[in-house]
Ligand binder design. Structure first.
Ligand code: SF4
Length: 326
């Protein structure tokens, strides 16, 4: 088996949060004991509701945040202590909002070549040519080299952001909701572009999204996060066709059908998302779980290996789990 492009081993990140005037700070476990390995060429999707820890995990993978525990490896080497610019050469982000992620005072050419300037890349006389080549690759006309972001459409701006991410030929691209700020008509163009670039440049993606239609369209594997933990992981087609974890099933049920006659689907997620400062005992999903058993509020489920992946739920365990609160 090949060495994963990026691997996350038992990684956690805790923030100390103020809980009120004159009150002591309390720990918020944004990411808790996460294991994830992304193989070369994969599109690993990370899905879950807002606040589940997806973006915190991605920021640690980019070296923007240090883990409170565990380790992150790039090409098999721990990145702890690495200079941020070294990590940035291998891991580049594409953010959800091309309107705010591009400097409005800089031209397209200047924006795309920024990583070359920051990294002090060799042969500055060739930067313009490299930028024009990458513009062509992402479907931007070269005549836009001297244009400003406000002269571009939303789709063109996202193509500029993609070109900027790719100009240093990273191994891994972290796409954080890459189409959610775009018109529906442009979304599929950008997704198809990401697919084509992956094949052409041999890229590996981490796709962060709460849009399951996007995930189903592009992902090869998917991991489902809930309250800082991965509760299910498998090949994307398996996860979509035969979800095992009740939370995954509820997320999939929440996707609106195109048939208006079927109405709004019942997700069974009756209770609201818990306060992450006061995690439920046992399985943290139990207050919202349609399949919860008496034991679920008392025992923490452990990872159970299933064909192609794993799931963390007492329904799929054989005597596992541990007695504990949070
Ligand atoms: Fe639901 Fe229990 Fe499984 Fe948690 S462990 S997801 S509460 S059935």
């Amino acid at each position: 088996m090949s060495v994963p492009v990026i691997e996350v081993r038992d990684v956690g990140r805790t923030f100390m949060i103020s809980s009120g005037f004159m009150r002591p700070k309390r720990p918020l476990h944004a990411v808790n004991g996460v294991d994830l390995a992304i193989e070369p060429g994969e599109v690993m999707a990370l899905v879950g509701e807002s606040g589940c820890g997806k973006t915190t995990l991605a920021r640690m993978m980019m070296g923007l945040l240090s883990p409170s525990g565990g380790e992150i490896l790039l090409d098999g080497k721990p990145i702890a202590g690495w200079n941020r610019s070294v990590i940035a050469r291998a891991v580049q982000p594409i953010f959800q909002d091309p309107y705010s992620s591009l400097n409005p005072r800089k031209t397209v050419g200047s924006i795309i070549t920024l990583p070359l300037r920051v990294q002090g890349a060799a042969e500055p006389e060739g930067w313009t040519r490299r930028a024009e080549e990458i513009m062509e690759l992402v479907g931007l006309p070269r005549r836009l080299f001297n244009a400003y972001p406000n002269q571009l459409s939303g789709g063109q701006r996202q193509r500029v952001a993609i070109a900027r991410a790719l100009i240093n030929r990273p191994k891994m691209v972290i796409c954080d909701e890459p189409t959610s700020a775009l018109d529906v008509s442009v979304q599929s163009q950008i997704l198809n572009l990401l697919q084509d670039l992956r094949a052409e440049l041999g890229l590996t993606y981490l796709l962060i999204s709460h849009n399951l239609a996007v995930v189903e369209h592009i992902a090869t594997r998917a991991a489902v996060m809930y309250l800082g933990r991965i509760v299910e992981q498998n090949a994307a087609d398996v996860l979509f066709s035969a979800p095992r974890h009740p939370y995954t099933r509820a997320l999939l049920a929440s996707v609106l059908t195109p048939d208006p006659g079927l109405g709004v689907p019942d997700t069974h997620l009756g209770a609201s998302y818990p306060n992450p400062l006061e995690l439920p005992t046992g399985c943290t999903f139990h207050p919202r779980c349609a399949d919860a058993m008496d034991d679920c509020a008392r025992r923490i489920p452990v990872h159970t290996v299933v064909p192609g992946g794993h799931v963390t739920c007492h329904l799929h365990q054989n005597g596992g789990g541990s007695d504990a609160g949070t």
